[in-house]
Design a protein around this ligand. Structure first.
Ligand SMILES: Cc1cc2nc3c(=O)[nH]c(=O)nc-3n(C[C@H](O)[C@H](O)[C@H](O)COP(=O)(O)OP(=O)(O)OC[C@H]3O[C@@H](n4cnc5c(N)ncnc54)[C@H](O)[C@@H]3O)c2cc1C
Ligand SMILES: NC(=O)c1ccc[n+]([C@@H]2O[C@H](COP(=O)([O-])OP(=O)(O)OC[C@H]3O[C@@H](n4cnc5c(N)ncnc54)[C@H](OP(=O)(O)O)[C@@H]3O)[C@@H](O)[C@H]2O)c1
Length: 547
């Protein structure tokens, strides 16, 4: 028997632990995970850094924050009570409504009694002797648990520019969109600068431009923004949506990214130019992600097809922005449509026709520093009352790396993933027994709650199986990790999005070592992902070592 096997065999598993399961995070994933584990009768504790529930929808209170998923496709489907008791007011609800919804969920299931708020987990260490995890909190206190479930989110580790000196010297007000103050910010008549033009900035810019005295947008790379066509939901519409919930769920289960939008089954060049223009025009006029997710089936894999779709949108931008120089600056040149996640907008391009809005291309005139009064570029000094950093996230693995997670033999998760995530089904990591990742890397993204519900249910079923069989140690096998990771990488090749730097490929130029695109997510579509995971369960979790 080698030392590792002996340590496993000699584990003192009957030791008293504080909890059966600890969940990190109380966003849509963590809330449902808590509910499901409690349903199993486990003693569960959730730790959450925020002062309330909601995760993304707690933190991101910036003006204009709202869904890009249809509200009625994003909410939980696991509970008929929730479906019956919640009315959405808009097809793409704003942040306050979604935060209220998640508080409603916490109320209905009395979830808060097991959540410790204002509590950041700083470290988690696996103890082979007791087959348990020791959790270390920000205040230095500790607790023990058999299972550790991470529900830390893919977009929860915000980043500030690391290449701009002087940020702390600014005398006005500055904030990152993720850390937006609860009391809000008044922009009326103010001089405002915003850095970034991702989905967050696109929403914030449209809102701030309504009242700011002067809004200056510092853009490094533009994105392909497409109309959202948001609208109110009347009582009658809501009644109709409620009767259609079963078919809405069924539809989301058939599409690759769990949206109601699925691809047109034709390839781009199988259609005539007139048919192509007709489809794009139709999708451009419809609400939501239709143009992205409901385009010709090869739009995101065939360069020539992608170039044509991109040119269609470029021409829309040229039509909507009056100044042709500004229009060209707003058209992405370094990536094709849909290869980064396209922001949805309700009048974004028209904002740049307003006299109080200026676009600064920082490739032409780089930001040199932040001064006490504003931002200095290579061309001029801009004075501001408020600077907004809409500079994104250390996505997918960032929240994991902000916790010092050590597994068997004190190996760090961060080191295990130095060359990219290695997982089994996006849930397990070899060397980190009893740690299960709900919505971990190498799982599917897309319309999030739809995939999170499945992820949580799969995680729960493994724990239930272990409990029923009396297993106290679950670990991915090396073969399981190799097979899944190879599968994810093989599927990801050929997807144009995986060649482009974006949060979806783990690129964040503000974080050392995150400059090169990597395959971070499962690209085979959710139906295939679920099939794979269901088959693994049906086969008795053969790729897991259970002890
Ligand atoms: C502005 C914005 C809009 C979005 N809109 C959409 C949309 O329309 N549709 C869609 O499908 N997706 C959208 N997303 C993606 C969104 O992140 C997911 O929809 C979803 O909310 C993620 O849920 P989660 O519970 O997995 O993670 P999160 O909501 O990120 O929750 C994770 C929680 O874990 C906590 N946490 C992390 N680390 C620690 C730690 N060490 N200790 C304690 N607590 C910790 C965080 O504080 C956070 O509350 C959006 C993202 C952003 C940023
Ligand atoms: N309604 C919604 O559904 C919604 C809303 C908001 C966000 N989200 C989700 O969250 C994701 C992330 O969106 P995000 O906008 O927060 O982040 P993001 O897409 O990563 O955008 C960050 C922006 O900041 C810029 N930036 C970062 N560091 C910079 C620096 N040092 N100097 C200058 N510019 C810098 C980036 O420029 P470069 O592009 O050049 O790197 C980019 O324009 C979205 O794609 C989406 O999935 C969803």
């Amino acid at each position: 028997m080698d030392t590792a096997t002996a340590a496993i065999a000699n584990a003192e598993v009957s030791v008293d632990l504080d909890f059966d399961a600890v969940v990190i995070g109380a966003g849509v994933t963590g809330l449902y995970q808590l509910y499901k584990l409690r349903e199993l009768g486990l003693r569960v504790r959730t730790f959450e850094a925020a002062s309330g529930v909601g995760g993304t929808w707690y933190w991101n209170r910036y003006p204009g924050a709202r869904f890009d998923s249809e509200s009625w496709t994003y909410g939980y489907f696991f509970s008929q009570v929730l479906l019956d008791t919640w009315d959405w007011s808009e097809h793409f609800a704003a942040q306050p409504e979604t935060e209220r919804y998640l508080n409603h969920v916490a109320d209905v299931f009395d979830l808060r009694r097991d959540i410790q708020f204002n509590t950041r987990v700083t470290a988690a260490c696996y103890r082979e002797g007791t087959r348990s995890w020791e959790i270390v909190l920000e205040d230095g206190s500790r607790c023990t648990t058999r299972f550790l479930i991470t529900a830390v989110g893919v977009l929860s580790a915000p980043t500030m520019p690391n290449n701009i000196p002087g940020i702390a010297s600014f005398k006005g007000r500055s904030c990152h969109t993720h850390h937006w103050p609860k009391e809000g910010v008044d922009f009326a008549g103010k001089r405002v600068g915003i850095i970034g033009t991702g989905a967050t900035a696109v929403q914030a810019i449209q809102e701030i431009a309504k009242t700011a005295g002067q809004l200056t947008v510092f853009q490094r790379n533009p994105n392909w923004c497409v109309p959202q066509h948001n609208g109110r939901i009347s009582e009658r519409d809501m009644r109709d949506i409620r009767t259609r919930y079963p078919e809405i769920l069924a539809l989301c289960r058939t599409t690759p990214s769990c949206y109601i939008h699925g691809p047109d089954l034709r390839a781009t060049f199988e259609a005539t130019p007139e048919e192509r223009a007709a489809l794009w025009q139709k999708r451009y006029g419809e609400p939501g992600f239709g143009l992205w997710q409901g385009n010709f089936r090869d739009t995101l894999t065939d360069r020539a097809a992608n170039a044509l779709a991109s040119e269609f949108i470029a021409n829309k931008i040229r039509e909507r922005v009056h100044d042709p120089v500004v229009a060209e600056k707003l058209i992405p040149k370094n990536h094709g449509f849909g290869t980064r996640r396209p922001p949805l907008e309700n009048g974004y391009y028209e904002v740049f026709n307003q006299p109080n809005v200026e676009l600064v291309d920082i490739n032409e005139t780089p930001i040199e520093c932040v001064t006490g009064d504003g931002i200095r570029t290579s061309r001029k000094d801009y004075d501001f009352d408020i600077i907004i950093y809409a500079t994104g996230f250390d996505a997918i693995t960032g929240a994991f790396e902000r916790i010092d997670i050590t597994g068997v033999d004190d190996v760090r998760l961060k080191d295990t993933w130095a060359n990219g995530p290695q997982t089994y089904l996006g849930v397990f990591v070899k060397g980190f027994p009893n740690m299960l990742m709900a919505m971990g890397p190498h799982g599917g993204l897309g319309n999030y709650t739809r995939s999170a519900e499945y992820s949580v249910e799969w995680v729960t079923s493994v724990i239930q199986y272990a409990a029923q069989c009396g297993f106290t140690r679950i670990e991915a096998t090396a073969a399981g990790v190799r097979e899944w990771t190879d599968h994810v990488l093989a599927l990801g090749h050929g997807m144009l999005a995986n060649e482009i730097g974006s949060w979806m490929t783990g690129v964040n130029r503000n974080v050392e070592g995150k400059q090169t695109p990597r395959i971070m997510r499962y690209s085979g579509g959710h139906p295939a992902y679920r099939e794979y995971c269901d088959a693994a369960a049906a086969a008795g979790y053969r790729q897991l070592a259970l002890a």
